[in-house]
Design a protein around this ligand. Structure first.
Ligand SMILES: Nc1ncnc2c1ncn2[C@@H]1O[C@H](COP(=O)(O)OP(=O)(O)OP(=O)(O)O)[C@@H](O)[C@H]1O
Length: 308
């Protein structure tokens, strides 16, 4: 369990993290979102003991950070921003080195190294110097070192940054399979990653917490949640759609011609809309109910002055 109270970090006169308080329990896979410079990496560095808070407290499994940093770090796997250090080591040498640092030895060390090589699919680059690897492989080496000791807490700063779509998918699955009974905190700029992997979303802006709830609750805040979007096969009279009971508003996207009908709060308009379409034999090509557009909500939450 991670317990953070009134955590702040100043860099001379600049407040990078501003009075953050939250708790994270085993089983939580937290997506840590925020615009560039919001304070995500700084918060992660304080949680992992690489930066000292200016004020506030961090307790991890009952132990205080930074006083008990060494004991806490045994249970933490941390993937920092960017690439792993020691670029002149081969991937294999680096993993051995990290296993030694983590106090692994003998059979256990061998099997953990084998396990992470397979999980993160590093077989083909094992003997190459890290500095010569592509960005995606460097990220995967970083992930391998973070999980080599099978930690109970995983703190991953943009784990899928630089990966191609297949690798992104694979890393997300890996995080999900590893996350049972663990605490996972991942920072990301990819909003879809949050719905794909996380069961909790925390959004910060200017160092302060603006949102803390489930991905579904985040989607529900979108004005597109439960809206019905329609593509017509050819131009037709759509004026009657805006008059359907429960429809609050209608918008036509000028670039792609898609028509979106927004429900009044608490109304489900799919039934009446399809009935209207059938009755007037409107030429529908495609029709779907929207779950919510996360980029809209993200912009609204991070740009508003009022905290959620
Ligand atoms: N060591 C430092 N000295 C001075 N300012 C710093 C330092 N580290 C971070 N900052 C500043 O603190 C703010 C928060 O930075 P941080 O890296 O935590 O943001 P972030 O949310 O992780 O951003 P990104 O999404 O771009 O990685 C930024 O304005 C950054 O420039």
């Amino acid at each position: 369990m991670i317990s953070v109270k009134n955590l702040s970090k100043m860099f001379s006169h600049f407040k990078a993290v501003d009075d953050l308080s939250f708790e994270v329990k085993p089983g939580d896979i937290v997506g840590f979102l925020g615009p560039n410079g919001a304070g995500k990496s700084t918060t992660m560095k304080m949680l992992t003991g690489f930066l000292t808070p200016t004020s506030g407290s961090i307790k991890i499994n009952g132990l205080k950070m930074p006083e008990k940093a060494k004991a806490i770090q045994k249970n933490i796997g941390y993937l920092p921003e960017g690439a792993p250090a020691y670029g002149d080591m081969s991937v294999f040498q680096f993993l051995h080195f990290i296993a030694d640092v983590r106090g692994l030895s003998g059979k256990k060390k061998k099997s953990r190294i084998k396990d992470v090589i397979e999980k993160v699919e590093l077989q083909e680059v094992l003997n190459r110097p890290i500095e010569n690897l592509s960005k995606g492989f460097k990220r995967r080496v970083g992930l391998a070192q973070a999980i080599i000791h099978d930690p109970q807490i995983l703190i991953l700063d943009e784990p899928t940054d630089g990966l191609d779509p297949n690798q992104k998918h694979q890393v997300r699955r890996l995080i999900q399979t590893m996350s049972r009974d663990k605490i996972v905190i991942i920072s990301t700029h990819i909003l879809e990653e949050v719905t794909a992997v996380c069961n909790r979303v925390m959004i910060i802006a200017n160092g302060a917490l603006r949102f803390d709830d489930t991905p579904a609750a985040l989607q529900q805040r979108s004005r597109f949640n439960q809206a019905v979007t329609i593509k017509f096969s050819y131009a037709s009279d759509i004026s009657g759609l805006a008059e359907i009971e429960g429809v609050a508003d209608m918008e036509v996207n000028r670039s792609d011609g898609m028509v979106t009908l927004f429900p009044e709060p608490g109304h489900y308009i799919l039934g009446p809309v399809t009935a209207h379409i059938q009755h007037f034999r409107l030429p529908v090509d495609r029709l779907y109910v929207e779950q919510g557009r996360l980029d809209d909500v993200f912009r609204e939450i991070t740009s508003s002055e009022v905290a959620a």
